[in-house]
Ligand binder design. Structure first.
Ligand SMILES: NC(=O)C1=CN([C@@H]2O[C@H](COP(=O)(O)OP(=O)(O)OC[C@H]3O[C@@H](n4cnc5c(N)ncnc54)[C@H](O)[C@@H]3O)[C@@H](O)[C@H]2O)C=CC1
Ligand SMILES: O=C(O)CCC(=O)C(=O)O
Length: 449
């Protein structure tokens, strides 16, 4: 096969994973970013390090039968990909969304390896989920689904093995139902097995806010690096879920104005800012209540709703894509740049396509990649595990200050890795390299696993 080691691995990946578009896209992007490191380590090829790095240690696929409120049985498919455990137990969320299939879970699990490594904490990468759609389901249907899902998953996870958490469609309610079933089956109070739990049974303060807060702390560092600040900045935000909510809360604290939120059905433009308790709390209602929709925000607060559109034509200083993957493609990248956006921070996982990332790079827009910008969620999950192991509950202040310290360190590490390889201030390459270096060292040290 022609080309260098990276090209050969990419070629083989394409042959082996041709029906997993999202995984291929992400793996290729990452491998290309790692080229300068690979060139300095010719021994990696003999050790087949990249082939091992891109092949999950384990993929678990299972049947999830459940009964709806009318007595009808449905069958969904459950997944857990235990991608890489070289630096710690597998850690990563569960996504319940109708688009879930193996290619999505593998791309998320692969990114999670690098993200978790960047936090500096001892956690490996994994991800899971199901094509079950919680939207429009009653609480009892969600409960029955979660019980069935955990009745299979429990045998593959544990506080020192694999620790799932939330992601799209999996929040506090689902984690509670999942933990209840795990506890019933195991007959033990092993609450370190899941994170994102309620405070009453072993959760951590700030976990719900962590991804959005962390993304804002990371943004603060990047702007500081550029002699700029978040104060007075206009933020174009997508999503209305857990991440978007945390961004709104912290943006208000730091003096920026969030002017949009979005969902599957369109977006809201609120030029005055989503900055009162009433408005920010309304996001929780859109996410959590079956009969409250995004459009109801527009009616309640007298602003405009744009059906079937994304918010990327709005004018602003900073964009925070915080809904889902591939939401900013080339056209949207051009619109954002033309509208004055100077920074993009990925609250969601892989929201910006490779061509859009390239466009931003060539047009002076700084992009804070997901594996760095949204790492605050998993970082506080690990702090929750630390509290569970020691049977302690830390104060909000303690968790928040640790989160901030982790996000500041992530920025420093990514900046230094980029500089070390002569790439200037390239946060995307820097994050991939810094995340990879630690995992590579651990994998080499552990032999051929
Ligand atoms: N919750 C967490 O701690 C973390 C989440 N993320 C990522 O952040 C993103 C949002 O996750 P959460 O806020 O947790 O989800 P959530 O379950 O709280 O809210 C659902 C989100 O998904 C969006 N969405 C769902 N289907 C969509 C579609 N077809 N088109 C556009 N948007 C759609 C909604 O707008 C909403 O923002 C995801 O990419 C997730 O992987 C990343 C790091 C941690
Ligand atoms: O908190 C966790 O373990 C997982 C968070 C997550 O799924 C993510 O970082 O994408």
């Amino acid at each position: 096969m022609p080309g260098d080691y990276v090209d050969r691995v990419i070629e083989r990946l394409r042959l082996k994973n041709s029906d997993e578009k999202e995984f291929l896209e992400v793996a290729e992007e990452v491998l290309k970013n790692l080229r300068p490191v690979i060139q300095q380590h010719p021994e990696y090829e003999k050790a087949a390090l990249l082939e091992r790095f891109t092949e999950p240690e384990r993929v678990i696929i299972f049947r999830v039968p459940w009964e709806d409120d009318q007595g009808q049985i449905h069958v969904n498919r459950g997944y857990r990909v235990q991608f890489n455990g070289a630096i710690g137990p597998y850690k990563g969320g569960l996504r319940f969304h109708p688009t879930v299939y193996l290619g999505i879970i593998k791309f998320l699990g692969f990114e999670q390896i690098l993200k978790n490594s960047l936090t500096g904490l001892p956690i490996g990468g994994g991800k899971g989920g199901s094509d079950f759609d919680p939207q429009g389901k009653s609480d009892s249907e969600v409960l029955r689904f979660c019980q069935s899902f955990m009745s299979e998953l429990y045998r593959h996870i544990g506080p020192d093995i694999d620790i799932p958490a939330g992601d799209i469609g999996v929040g506090g309610r689902e984690i509670g139902y999942l933990y209840g079933q795990y506890r019933r089956i195991r007959g033990a109070f092993e609450n370190g097995v899941l994170t994102g739990k309620g405070i009453a049974y072993g959760g951590s303060h700030i976990r719900s806010e962590a991804t959005g807060y962390g993304a804002m702390y990371y943004a603060e560092e990047v702007l500081k690096e550029k002699g700029d600040s978040l104060n007075g900045k206009v933020i174009v935000l997508s999503g209305y879920g857990n991440v978007a909510w945390g961004v709104c809360l912290k943006a208000r604290d730091l003096g920026s104005k969030v002017i949009s939120i979005s969902g599957r059905d369109g977006y809201i433009h609120d030029p005055e800012g989503i900055n009162t308790d009433e408005k920010i709390d309304f996001l929780l209602r859109i996410r959590g209540e079956n009969n409250v929709k995004l459009e109801d925000y527009a009616k309640k607060f007298g602003v405009k709703f744009y059906p079937k559109e994304k918010p990327w034509n709005l004018k602003g200083d900073i964009a925070f894509p915080s809904a889902t993957e591939n939401e900013i493609d080339l056209e949207e990248a051009k619109a954002l740049t033309a509208n004055g956006v100077k920074y993009v921070f990925e609250g969601a996982n892989f929201p910006t396509t490779p061509v859009a990332i390239e466009y931003f790079k060539n047009n002076g827009v700084i992009l804070g990649p997901a594996i760095a910008a949204n790492a605050g969620g998993v970082a506080v999950s690990e702090l929750e595990m630390a509290q569970n192991s020691t049977r302690l509950l830390w104060t909000k202040e303690k968790v928040d200050s640790k989160l901030k310290e982790i996000m500041v360190n992530i920025h420093t590490k990514t900046k230094e890795a980029s500089e070390k390889y002569g790439l200037g201030y390239d946060l995307v390459a820097g994050a991939n390299i810094a995340g990879f270096e630690k995992v590579a060292e651990a994998m080499i040290a552990q032999g051929t696993y």
